[in-house]
Ligand binder design. Sequence first.
Ligand code: NAG
Length: 332
Amino acid sequence: MDNKRRPLKCIFICILVAVAVLFVYINADRQSEVWDAPAHRKSLPAEPQWEDPGPYHVAYPRNYKFIMDDTPVCKTKTPFLILMVPVAPNDVASRDAIRAMWGNERLVLGQLVETVFIVGLPGGSDAQQQQEQLEQENQQHHDLIQSNFQDSYHNLTIKTMLMLEWLAEHCDSAAFVMKVDSDVFLHVENLVQLLLDPGTPKRDYMTGLVWWHSPVLRNPFIKFYMPRSVIAESEYPPYPLGMAYVMSLDLPAKILRVSPQIKPIYIEDAYLGMCLKRLGISPTNPPDDNMFLVTPEHPLNSCSLSKVIAMTTTSRAQLRSYWEQIGQKAQC
Ligand SMILES: *[C@@H]1O[C@H](CO)[C@@H](O)[C@H](O)[C@H]1NC(C)=O
């Protein structure tokens, strides 16, 4: 009885193994199809084929223009530090708050600091009205840069790359740029102090809250889901978190140079990490872990506050209250 069953068992196992091998082979083939596609396409007759990149692969076709760009920043003077704030077109309240707080500091430790805001095209039914308001706002402050792509969360990579284009074109003789989100508390003096430190590199330098081993998330039901077909690796290369990062101003042109070789994904900070890796440049940890804080436990005590460079806040009122506190003496 046992002897008769053995060949059957063997056949069953053989079939199972064959199916498994076939499965692995098909899958491997599918992956290589994705990665090799541009090379295959090159050998085909030149017929432009539009392919929907899908929401996880945001095209950055480099054909956007600046439609509002009359700011004197980087054009009449050479600042030491540029604060670059990506913001939604209709978020006048955030821009005004920043203009009244950290965006209003011009001379810090003897160094010129200038703030500009970058926006895309407004959307929605009142887009035209928003656009007119933006133009009026810019006539008053001359600190808006606008490009002709649709401003949206999934277009953040486009916004970031346009920011780099603008910096490479106008600001390459300035020393540093900090990209900072509008809900972030920024301690400009601490930042300038770090950048003036002789230990801070002046080239190939990028710092912030560096994510060293950020996993590529494969759960389709969560934010930041990234399919294997777009990124096969299980980890992103190291990158500073998008809330606030600093770079030396030789980097925008270098990143733009390698970016055509890197698939643009909508997670803009991870995308910069992918470009840095291609350049062979690693981001640097800040000298103190307390300088860049994401979702810290609020309220921060005055000693910790005196060491912060950038941290996320939960409301504009909270941001303002921290701003008022840093003028006072720290209790350490
Ligand atoms: C991104 O911008 C482009 C260009 O304006 C637009 O065609 C596209 O719909 C935008 N994508 C999203 C997700 O808003």
